[in-house]
Design a binder for this molecule. Structure first.
Ligand code: NOJ
Length: 691
């Protein structure tokens, strides 16, 4: 039975309370973070595990789902909910209580090393996927830990850099996914970011932790520091940090088979405190000396216990399930639903093809994910070469160029024995086949940002040479985000599959042969060069003297491209279908509380297909510069060939609000324009509304 929390707190000694506020070594060696509980009073341990692409219990396997960016590219919050549910079931099956997911930071810079672990450049899309994921996780009595709060938008110098960001940009761009996690999904826990925001480390940030998160939004759960990201005792305790993780030195934390070289720590980790835990003995001393009031400690413990009660830690809980047929299918479905068909002259889906040359340096291995704490060891995995070859076609594989090394933190990097590679051999294979499929990839990882927008190694050369020789060329990208495509005009189709996870090969075969259609739309803008983005100077990315200036304010992603009239390579929201759609006239009704936009969507092609109707607004603000268009609603719809569906979305008055530095959230007076479209650049109708 769940305890009465205030009486339980009364019974705990100060030492026992302190014991609940910092991590220690997991006796089972599986958890990423471990709170020992208090045996004397039947408070069980709490085990936390990484996230977010699957469960990374140390030394264990789990379903390797597609990267978060692929999930967001599906534009289906309901799919995110299914994913969250499956992730939680696997968390439970590994005996863990908290999953360190989702990661919801905004893609501010296209080179952000962890963008694959995050959702989008757009706060609305990111918030919808966040809510779906957390609702799914918590429906299974597992706690989600939304991370990294906040403005953790780069890896370079991540422990020290201060994001110099305006209040308005925080409110309109960086905070919304976190706010939705709290206010809509009722998330149990929040992880602080390593970085500083406007000069203060997030673990010490009283304004953002206490004033905004807890007081203003009403967050009732617990706040945990990122691993070794607690920077003080008294200040952090007073600021609103509740729990320090991992609370142990790296030597004690890393299992024997994990190669964490303490010598390398200055690069890999923030300065490790010279005490085992800043929220251990030092916190106890701070209470005894009166620097921290014991009531502050009690509140932290109450938050933790409340979270534990909410996920049923004191009762029988679901056992969970691992690697089920359902989870395997879901991993495959997310991979196809999130794949974005960027360009297609009709070559895809392949028909009347007897032979395929599958080319590319890593096409014989699946792209499970990026490097770092999100790495998952899968039970099963399928590669493009293997699964295309399993179809009724002749497949010949040539690497063409040397393999791209994949960064890994928890495994030995696979040494691919590639032998000699030759572009000529790939070109010959392409010339002999009915179609060439070139699989290209990047290598993104936690700890570092990407060093440019180009595909690494000689992959561009390979694609260019193949395209010149092949009858038809399909490029399959497995990238964390935008890449440049110097060969774009000479290839027939480009399919962005992100990091597809364990189902990589199966999903690709489904897409290429048309068993599934690519359901994805871009969750970020693909620019033509890094100069196209607001992060094109050192001061704005990755920063100078430990400061990175968010000078673009709210003009992030497509908002910036519009403002500066930069033509993207592919716009935010873009993605083709295997069928075609026609939009009717949008209509709008406003009953005072709710504004409804309805749009007839007709499938004018010959097969069933998915379309994503996107609703943008141009706000009626005169007092502050506002973006040309901002996404406020969307709906994915599946329509049968020749049929018509009416898509309806509801808007709220707050969708028209902007954040005024003096007055806070403000709904402007005057005429707003509501656009319906198929991407941030493809509008099919508009209606005016005065609020
Ligand atoms: C650091 C990462 O930033 C965070 O996302 C992860 O959950 C922890 N390490 C634990 O591995």
């Amino acid at each position: 039975m769940s305890p009465d929390i205030p009486s339980l707190v009364d019974e705990l000694t100060l030492s026992e309370k302190i014991q609940l506020l910092h991590g220690s070594v997991d006796p089972d060696g599986k958890a990423t973070g471990y709170l020992p509980g208090v045996d004397r009073l039947d408070v069980p341990p709490l085990r936390m595990v990484d996230g977010p692409l699957g469960v990374r219990a140390m030394g264990e396997r789990a379903t390797a789902f597609p990267a978060s960016v692929a999930l967001a590219a599906s534009w289906r919050p309901s799919l995110a909910r299914q994913f969250g549910t499956a992730l939680a079931r696997e968390t439970a099956a590994h005996g863990q209580d908290v999953i360190l997911a989702p990661g919801v930071n905004i893609h501010r810079a296209p080179l952000g090393g962890r963008n694959f672990e995050y959702y989008s450049e757009d706060p609305h899309l990111a918030a919808r996927i966040t809510v779906g994921t957390i609702e799914g996780i918590e429906s299974e009595d597992i706690a989600a830990m939304v991370k990294h709060y906040v403005a953790n938008n780069q890896e370079t110098n991540r422990y020290e850099v201060s994001a110099e960001v305006s209040e308005r940009a925080l409110r309109e761009i960086y905070l919304p996914p976190f706010r939705a996690a709290v206010q809509e999904a009722d998330v149990t826990s929040v992880m602080t970011a390593y970085n500083r925001v406007n000069g203060t480390h997030m673990s010490d940030h009283e304004y953002l932790l206490s004033d905004v998160l807890k007081d203003e939004w009403g967050f009732e759960g617990f706040v945990v520091s990122d691993w070794w990201g607690t920077r003080s005792t008294v200040e952090a305790a007073r600021a609103g940090l509740d729990i320090e993780m991992p609370g142990v030195e790296p030597e004690a934390f890393a299992p024997d088979d994990v190669d964490m070289d303490v010598e390398d720590l200055p690069d890999a980790f923030p300065p490790i405190p010279d005490v085992a835990a800043l929220f251990g003995e030092p916190l106890r001393e701070a209470v005894e000396s009166g620097d921290v009031d014991e009531a502050v400690i009690d509140e932290k413990v109450e938050r933790l216990l409340r979270g534990m009660v909410s996920i049923g830690c004191f009762e029988e809980r679901p056992e969970g399930a691992l690697d089920t047929p359902g989870h395997r299918t879901l991993a495959r479905d997310i991979a196809t639903e999130g794949a974005v068909l960027l360009q297609n002259d009709g070559t895809l889906p392949l028909e009347d093809v007897e032979s395929i040359a599958v080319l590319g340096p890593n096409a014989d291995t699946p792209k499970l994910g990026g490097g770092g704490s999100s790495e998952v060891s899968a039970f099963v995995e399928t590669s493009p070469v293997e699964r295309l070859d399993a179809r009724d076609v002749d497949v010949i594989f040539e690497r063409g160029v040397p393999p791209i090394t994949e960064s890994t933190f928890f495994d030995e990097a696979d040494e691919v024995d590639a032998g000699e590679t030759s572009i000529d051999a790939a070109v010959d294979a392409a010339a002999d086949a009915d179609c060439a499929v070139v699989v290209a990839q990047d290598d993104a990882t936690e700890f570092v940002d990407r060093d440019g927008l180009g595909l690494p190694g000689q992959q561009d050369e390979l694609i260019t040479a193949v395209a010149a020789a092949a009858e038809r060329t399909v490029v399959v990208l497995r990238t964390s985000g935008p890449v440049t495509m110097p060969w774009l005009e000479s290839v027939d189709a480009v399919l962005e599959t992100w990091y597809p996870g364990q189902a990589d090969g199966d999903a690709l075969a489904d897409l290429v042969f048309g068993d599934a259609e690519p359901g994805g739309r871009l969750p970020m803008t693909f620019g033509r060069s890094t100069d196209d983005y607001p992060t094109d100077s050192e001061a704005t990315f990755p920063g100078v003297d430990d400061e990175v200036r968010y000078d673009e304010g709210v003009f992030v992603g497509y908002r910036y491209f519009h403002k500066h009239d930069v033509e993207p390579l592919f716009p935010f929201g873009h993605g083709l279908s295997y069928t075609s759609f026609e939009y009717g006239e949008p209509s709008l009704s406003d009953n005072g509380d709710e504004i409804t936009v309805a749009l007839p969507v007709r499938n004018t092609g010959t097969r069933q297909g998915k379309d994503v109707v996107q609703v943008y607004v141009n706000k009626a603000t005169e007092s502050a510069p506002t973006p040309v268009r901002e996404l406020v609603a969307f709906e994915a719809v599946s329509v049968a060939a020749g049929e018509q569906e009416t898509v309806t979305v509801t808007l709220d008055r707050s969708d028209f609000a902007f954040y005024d530095d003096q007055d806070g959230w403000t709904v402007p007076q005057g005429e707003n324009t509501v656009f319906v479209g198929r991407s941030a650049r493809e509008m099919h109708g508009k209606v005016e509304i005065t609020l």
